[in-house]
Design a binder for this molecule. Structure first.
Ligand SMILES: NC(=O)c1ccc[n+]([C@@H]2O[C@H](COP(=O)([O-])OP(=O)(O)OC[C@H]3O[C@@H](n4cnc5c(N)ncnc54)[C@H](OP(=O)(O)O)[C@@H]3O)[C@@H](O)[C@H]2O)c1
Length: 325
């Protein structure tokens, strides 16, 4: 349990990573907030340091998070420790840092190269370990051109491997044609299984990097039916794709499901979040959950899931039964 591998790349990472979306702070996409409200960079840096001290070595960000701020804060936090960590970032969204607004998407070879150089500069590093396409529904017809562009970056030593952040197993399989494709990043948590994607990871020797492992915070158990998330939080003014929060409140059907499995997740002294991460660690040897972390306390609790390890087979079965799967 001390490490997992990013697919065929052989790159070793801690079994639980650090999701750096929230620490990018506010930005706007499609006229709606796409960040998680205001953040304090000093607190974010402290959270990264605590995670590092507790053995977390895998950090997932994107150029667009806070329109560059998340990458910059990570660079500050990881200064002097670059060789201890594995950095994943993403490309494909075009943004204006002056207005902190997403203004389009671009997956052309020229743009991929430009975005890569910009991320390297913000991250203060000479290489990106895992470079991920952030446009989940980018056309399959463009896959070969994107692979060619990414293989060029590998050959130049600017990136070590690449992957696609998508929930479509066919897209994951198509990207896996690229020799240095190492991972797919996809939605996976105890309330939302993804057997077809996990099968694709097995078939193509890809890591399954899990976004939304805590159902955007809902699985921590701290949000109840009366919670109203602030309007500057992506969960408060929920975009149409969001499942776990609706109209700024936790979606009732997921609260009911969480109640049903609460006792199993918290068995053995785990917190709910630790139980949810333990489910992911047990689901496949390829999974690497990347819980979003914004405070030292969250870093401690999420890294603490490693001490408890994966749930056992009986617990997995109980959860499936309780959720009617
Ligand atoms: N398209 C993409 O590629 C994509 C999309 C989504 C996410 N991601 C990546 O996946 C990462 C994680 O996914 P996510 O941010 O959607 O959601 P998540 O990991 O399911 O939930 C993260 C949120 O839960 C709360 N939280 C975390 N640990 C906690 C703990 N121990 N106790 C209580 N609350 C806790 C924090 O927010 P509060 O404290 O505010 O509740 C945190 O921001 C992101 O950071 C990003 O790196 C990628």
């Amino acid at each position: 349990m001390s490490s997992r591998t990013l697919g065929r790349s052989g790159i070793r990472v801690s079994p639980i990573g650090f999701g750096a979306w929230a620490i990018g702070g506010p930005f706007v996409s499609g006229g709606k907030p796409a960040g998680w409200g205001e953040v304090d960079d000093d607190e974010s840096v402290a959270a990264v340091h605590r995670a590092l001290d507790l053995g977390v070595t895998f950090f997932d960000t994107a150029d667009v998070y806070g329109t560059g701020r998340s990458e910059r804060v990570l660079s500050r936090a990881l200064a002097g420790r670059r060789d201890e960590v594995v950095i994943a970032t993403k490309f494909g969204n075009v943004f204006d840092p002056a207005t902190r607004t997403v203004i389009g998407r671009d997956v052309s070879a020229a743009y991929i190269r430009q975005a890569c150089r910009a991320s390297l500069e913000r991250l203060g590093t000479d290489r990106i370990d895992l470079y991920q396409l952030h446009i989940g529904d980018a056309p399959l017809e463009q896959v070969d051109d994107m692979i060619a562009a990414l293989e060029d970056l590998v050959a130049e030593g600017l990136i070590r491997s690449y992957g696609w952040s998508t929930d479509d197993p066919a897209r994951a399989a198509a990207f896996a044609r690229g020799p240095h494709c190492a991972a797919v990043q996809h939605q996976l948590n105890v309330l939302n299984d993804a057997p077809e994607m996990l099968a694709a990871c097995d078939a193509h020797d890809l890591a399954s990097v899990n976004r939304g492992p805590l159902a955007m915070g809902l699985l921590s158990g701290k949000y109840g039916p009366d919670t109203r998330l602030p309007m500057d939080d992506v969960r408060g003014d929920s975009p149409p794709w969001m499942r776990y929060f609706a109209d700024g409140r936790p979606a009732p059907e997921f609260l009911v499901k969480l109640d049903a499995i609460r006792d199993v997740l918290t068995s053995g002294g785990r917190t709910l979040a630790q139980g949810a991460l333990g489910w992911l660690l047990a689901r496949s040897e390829r999974t690497v959950p990347i819980p979003g972390i914004r405070t030292v306390a969250q870093a401690e609790q999420n890294a603490g899931a490693l001490q408890h390890g994966p749930l056992d087979e009986t617990q997995l079965r109980q959860i499936d039964e309780l959720l009617g799967r």
